[in-house]
Design a protein around this ligand. Structure first.
Ligand code: TXA
Ligand code: MG
Length: 335
């Protein structure tokens, strides 16, 4: 693989994904980096068993640290070759895989995933995605694929192939374009180590999980630092690498002069007329639609040049928990 690959975009938005999947699998086998759609967001895939491929992936993302990655596999049987399942993990996998759930489990001694991908931890995050293109790639490749969200570190997760291209053109070999991702929010992460703990709210709502197992709360400090990806701006040390980024102002009741507006629901907002730009997460107040629009709307409003994005309140029920989590991270003070 060359240091500066030309990035090919393969249209797989219509028809059977098999031809695209075969090419993706060949690229992965050669140590290349392939962005592909999942039901949550676009992932940037590398051969999980190759330390060299994983190292290239961190380099392409520009990660400030080697955050541990999620190993994606085609089915639960493949996941069992990587990690140990306790009864709670068994229950959750049976109910929600394939789908937007990631399980953090004890890593098996003979787990073939490169140590670098799990950042030297004795645990591993695994997920079986449901998206047809992701599944076709995993089946064609036949080995685990580590795939963080396919954005440069510090940017929001990509929900279209165009977002991936904007962040990673010239840094990865292939983008499989499957159109917009249906859910638009990253997977929910549950650790099943001692008792089930929610590490990251996500596309699978907490209430669905709590129907099967009771969840202990992760201390915010334990969940947050490892995951800087949702922040749409660069942390201080890297600030010069990125264009200035707009900062969300949460629970806004009106739009101040010069602000962009991220609306939710049909309620009119005072000051909309002088907003630098206006987008609505869901005019009909639907949290599923809002989740799907969240990252693309944040990107678009960021592009308006406004320094601040006034964000109307979003209810915290269902997917609203994950939406508010991502908005709070984006609005957090930058170090
Ligand atoms: O929806 C998703 O999960 C997407 C798609 C592409 O599958 N992937 C994704 O990956 O969001 P990434 O790398 O952007 O976020 C993975 C999160 C990080 O916060 C990481 O710290 C956490 O999972 N993680 C991975 N392995 C872990 C482990 N062993 N223990 C605790 N957290 C872990
Ligand atoms: Mg991410």
């Amino acid at each position: 693989m060359t240091a500066q690959p030309a990035t090919q975009v393969l249209d797989a938005s219509e028809g059977a994904p098999d031809a695209a999947a075969e090419q993706a699998a060949r690229t992965l086998a050669a140590g290349g980096l392939v962005a592909f759609p999942t039901e949550t967001v676009y992932g940037l895939g590398a051969d999980a068993t190759s330390g060299a491929a994983v190292a290239r992936l961190y380099d392409a993302k520009g990660r400030p640290a080697f955050n541990p990655l999620i190993a994606h596999v085609a089915d639960t049987a493949a996941a069992r070759a990587l990690a140990r399942f306790d009864p709670a993990a068994e229950k959750l996998a049976a109910a929600f895989w394939p789908g937007p759930l990631t399980l953090v489990l004890p890593r098996l001694a003979d787990c073939p995933v490169a140590e670098l991908a799990t950042a030297g931890l004795d645990t591993i995050a695994v997920r079986v995605p449901s998206h047809a293109i992701a599944r076709a790639i995993l089946v064609a490749f036949g080995r685990p694929v580590v795939a963080p969200s396919a954005n440069r570190s510090g940017h929001v997760s990509p929900t279209t192939a165009q977002h991936v291209l904007a962040d990673l053109r010239g840094r990865i070999e292939l983008i499989v374009d499957g159109g917009g991702t249906p859910m638009g929010l990253e997977s929910t992460i549950i650790a099943c180590l001692d008792r089930p703990v929610l590490l990251r709210p996500g596309a699978l709502p907490r209430a669905e999980i709590e129907r099967l197992v009771s969840l202990a709360e992760a201390p915010r400090a334990a969940a947050a630092p490892a995951d800087v990806d949702e922040l749409p701006m660069a942390p201080g040390a890297l600030a010069s690498h990125y264009a200035p980024r707009a900062r969300p102002r949460l629970d806004a009741q009106r739009v101040e002069r010069g602000e962009a507006l991220l609306a939710f629901g049909a309620q009119p907002v005072e000051g909309t007329a002088h907003a630098a730009a206006v987008l609505n997460l869901s005019p009909r107040g639907d949290l599923i639609e809002a989740a799907a629009n969240l990252f693309s709307h944040l990107r678009a409003l960021d592009g308006s040049g406004a320094a601040t994005i006034a964000v109307m309140p979003v209810p915290r029920t269902g997917l609203g928990e994950a939406i508010n989590d991502r908005l709070e991270r984006a609005a957090a003070p930058r170090q």
